[in-house]
Design a protein around this ligand. Structure first.
Ligand code: BG6
Length: 470
């Protein structure tokens, strides 16, 4: 039986978004194209050469023009934190310029004005799956060391401009996902199948150096800023008690842990160096890189959607269809309509593991349920009767509460997609996460009107009671 423990005072409650899934206005006010503008169908389909009209992200949900009203709706739910990303190509349209685009910077000033108006702490992701297209095509993204300098210029620009207004920063969204989605996560134009391991791991190294370098810059330019890494967390359970399966699960977890270990401890762990050695991966790592990596983070943030299983026996490996990063399907868990395993206890496990491993404050910056909502009317007002979303929310928050009682130091919780937006993996709008319904369909039709779902009021109540009503 679970014991009720209060959430700490000042616990940050809110929602998380990303520019490319939300803003639209893809070529407005000097914005250059990003890789997302040529990924009309998500991560499973190759990119197009130029932006094509079938890409829902080009218009997103038009947050670029509706941000005031949308942030007011977040405030109505009681948000005390709003996570958003800055579209890199609004600030540096090609990515390799030396001077930023003032109109792009001004947009985020206006977004921050609204956050301040409503007493909402901004939580800003510097790079969320939206590398400028030019950096992908001309440099092959993060495989190229040149990107470190481009990113440093971009990060310095942001810290100088917003450093007084933004306390919490994340350097790269789900930095470990480059292992699985090299274009979306690493801006790498070379198709995944043709990419060598050396190229991929060099890209990882370059991103890790850039991330630590951003921390170093923030220490100079905005010393009060708190810098976090951001990891796609997916606890991996052994499929059976066979020790070989237990070890297979551990090895799979090392793939993600390495990113946290390097950000928190400032150096490559032994198991990672062994992997590089055994797989014949020789990286260019300079002494200066090693020095930069010692600029470690203030907190660790992560997304959590699902757990998976792992086994040493390929014959037992039934890969679950929506299990983003592979792994074996867990026969004990239900799955979402998109096949993602639903595992609230897994969130408690992640929180405890990360806290015990790193002893730094944690931040859950994504968790949520994508579902095919049906719009209905109650008393003549359009809404969605989404009890399943509230159930998911509550079940996960109960485990968060337990983890806090276990002693985990947790800064806050931001639900992924508090307003319906375009899916990252499938580019659909019909994979809805929001507490707010957006009238837009996968074929691009719809008025873009916003409607409060039932879960809007449930989350409002949870926040108002600081989690006591769970
Ligand atoms: C995370 C990403 O992987 O999961 C988000 O950081 C993404 O950008 C979210 O939207 C949910 O995934 P999807 O594919 O359902 O949009």
């Amino acid at each position: 039986t679970l014991t009720a423990q209060p959430f700490p005072e000042g616990f940050l409650w809110g929602g998380a978004t990303a520019a490319n899934q939300l803003e639209g206005a893809w070529n407005v006010d000097g914005k250059g194209p990003s890789i997302q503008d040529v990924m009309p169908h998500g991560i499973m389909t190759p990119p197009t050469d130029e932006p094509t009209p079938d890409n829902l992200k080009l218009e997103g949900i038009d947050f670029y023009h509706r941000y005031r009203d949308d942030i007011a709706l977040f405030a109505e739910m009681g948000f005390t934190v709003f996570r958003f990303s800055i579209a890199w190509s609004r600030i540096f349209p090609q990515g390799d310029e030396t001077e930023p685009n003032e109109a792009g910077l001004a947009f985020y000033d206006r977004v921050l004005d609204e956050c301040e108006k409503h007493g909402m702490e901004p939580l800003v992701t510097i790079s969320h799956y939206e590398t400028p297209l030019h950096l992908a095509k001309a440099y092959d993204g993060w495989t190229n060391r040149e990107l470190i300098g481009c990113y440093e210029r971009y990060a310095r620009t942001l810290f100088e401009r917003y450093g007084q207004r933004v306390k919490y920063w994340l350097t790269f969204n789900e930095i470990n996902s480059v292992l699985h989605a090299p274009l979306m996560s690493g801006g790498i134009w070379t198709p995944k199948k043709q990419l060598t391991k050396t190229q991929l791991y060099q890209a990882i190294h370059n991103e890790l150096v850039a991330s630590a370098s951003a921390t170093k810059i923030a220490r100079e330019v905005a010393p009060q800023a708190k810098i976090g890494c951001m990891i796609l967390a997916m606890p991996t359970y052994p499929l059976t008690p066979d020790p070989d399966d237990v070890w297979a699960a551990r090895l799979a977890e090392h793939d993600s842990y390495a990113f946290g270990d390097i950000h928190v401890r400032g150096a490559y762990p032994g198991y990672y160096l062994r992997k590089l050695r055994e797989e014949g991966i020789e990286l260019e790592i300079t002494d200066a890189d090693r020095e930069v990596l010692t600029n470690t983070v203030d907190f660790v943030s992560f997304s959590y959607y699902m757990s998976v299983c792992e086994t040493a026996d390929p014959a037992k490996r039934i890969v679950g269809e929506g299990n983003l990063l592979g792994g074996a399907k867990n026969p004990t868990l239900p799955v979402s309509e998109w096949g993602w395993a639903i595992d609230p206890v897994g969130l408690r496990i992640v929180l405890n593991d990360f806290w015990e491993r790193w002893q730094l404050p944690l931040f859950i910056v994504e968790n949520g349920l994508g579902a095919a909502d049906v719009l209905t009317e109650i008393d003549g007002v359009p809404t969605v009767d989404d009890g399943y979303r509230t159930a998911y929310l509550r079940e996960h928050l109960v485990q968060v509460r337990e983890a806090i009682a276990d002693g985990v130091d947790l800064l806050g919780y931001t639900w992924w997609g508090p307003i319906d937006l375009v899916s990252a993996s499938t580019a659909q709008l019909s994979k809805r996460y929001g507490f707010i319904y957006v009238d837009r369909n996968d074929d691009g039709s719809g008025t873009l009107e916003r409607y409060r779902k039932k879960s809007f009021y449930d989350y409002q109540e949870i926040i108002a009671s600081n989690g006591a009503c769970l």
